[in-house]
Design a protein around this ligand. Structure first.
Ligand SMILES: *Cc1c(COP(=O)(O)O)cnc(C)c1O
Length: 391
């Protein structure tokens, strides 16, 4: 039975949604004067800031660059410790290493799968400089508790919101909940610019540092120290990078942003259907939800009840792939990667995340999934899991 395939088309776990207006916006820029940092960058920054009810935004070349810039702006440097979660894409911890600081992994909450605020306190030392929580799958972290701890110990909080643009924590939109918030506009995320990222903040000084970092640490005009030199003069004050976004990308972002609420609503409708179909199914656990925290649903991750199954997650995964479901696993705990193992991180430091990692599977979720696609996913998941039922 298991080899009998229902679908004839592979269904990915995520996919961009582009229309004619998106294409036109990009082509219009190609016909104009500005290809890189021009008027579209400013417009995109203002529109995202506005959407998130935040004062300042800085567009950069990708979400990883956004995290790196935020670490720089937060003053993270050699010898500092920065707390983050292991259940994330490597970029959330790599940005700490870029600044020669040390990532400290704090285990996740077994219900929300986000960093466990109670456990943050235990890991704070005199070297701790910042916390980088991640809104895993689109569900905002318990930011009130994290900010309270941060203020108590004088730490900065950079929220990695690559999954959670448009999400709400107690009626407040992600974007100004932490000291700085970073977004990614990679094609699998809510809106895309091909590659792209942004940092949001309400702090003017951080904003200025972010802009400087984006372009080599160079300043012009009134920020130049040596004003006598001449009008051509600019000064490099710090070591920055070329992390600029192009106007071509920003134009796509502006056009995509117009549809963001539609995209999120469609994701929510699909999630509702999944939840209705799966909430009574004893072979898996659906994502945890509470009323005051509204996920923007980047990923739909189910936890397998391995005790009731005759095979491991690996077999289930392989059979689902054979059924042409583009299932995935988010994420391999960051410190499992050989690079981190070579830095001395040992398996066992975050047991909740490690156990969860053995059980999770990401099901397809993206705005233009058809209702029939959603029903196919449900049917196939039931069929495959029931085939491996122990009792
Ligand atoms: C996608 C992602 C990033 C990195 O974004 P890029 O735009 O791919 O550089 C960082 N953190 C998380 C949690 C992500 O999912």
């Amino acid at each position: 039975m298991c080899n009998e395939s229902i679908r004839n088309e592979f269904l990915p776990y995520g996919r961009q949604c582009l229309d004619k207006n998106d294409i036109k916006s990009v082509v219009d820029v190609l016909k104009g004067d500005w290809l890189t940092t021009g008027p579209k960058i400013k417009e995109f920054e203002e529109k995202v800031a506005d959407y998130c009810n935040t004062e300042y935004a800085v567009a950069v070349s990708n979400g990883t660059a956004a995290l790196h810039a935020a670490c720089f702006a937060a003053g993270i440097s050699n010898g500092d410790e920065v707390i983050t979660t292991p259940l994330t894409f490597a970029a959330s911890a790599n940005c700490i290493l870029y600044q020669r600081a040390k990532p400290i992994f704090v285990d996740i909450d077994p219900k929300t799968y986000n960093i466990n605020p109670q456990k943050i306190r235990e890991k704070i030392t005199s070297k701790t400089k910042a916390i980088i929580p991640v809104d895993y799958t689109g569900r905002p972290v318990f930011i009130d508790e994290i900010m309270k701890i941060a203020r108590e110990y004088n730490l900065l909080v950079i929220e990695d919101a690559a999954h959670s643009i448009g999400a709400k924590y107690k009626k407040k939109k992600v974007g100004s909940l932490a000291d700085m918030t970073t977004f990614s506009f990679h094609p699998v995320k809510h809106i895309t610019t091909g590659e792209g990222g942004m940092i949001l903040t309400n702090d003017k000084e951080s904003y200025n540092r972010l802009k400087k970092f984006r372009t080599h640490g160079i300043v012009k005009g009134k920020d130049v120290k040596n004003q006598e030199e001449g009008p051509w003069f600019y000064e490099q004050l710090e070591l920055g990078y070329n992390y600029r976004m192009t106007d071509i990308q920003a134009a796509l972002g502006i056009s995509q942003l117009e549809k963001i609420d539609q995209f999120i609503d469609r994701r929510k409708a699909i999630v509702k259907r999944y939840n209705d179909a799966f909430h009574d199914f004893d072979l898996l656990e659906i994502p945890f939800q509470t009323k005051d925290i509204k996920s923007s649903w980047h990923l739909y991750v189910v936890k397998l009840n391995l005790e009731k199954l005759t095979v491991s997650r690996k077999e289930i995964f392989e059979v689902l792939r054979k059924e042409k479901l583009g299932v995935n696993v988010h994420y391999i705990p960051v410190y499992y990667h050989p690079y981190y193992q070579n830095l001395g991180y040992k398996k066992g430091i975050c047991p909740v995340a490690e156990d969860l990692y053995e059980r999770i599977i990401t099901l397809p979720l993206f705005p233009q999934m058809k209702s029939q696609d959603v029903e196919d996913v449900i049917k196939i998941v039931y069929k495959v899991l029931n085939n491996y039922r122990k009792y």
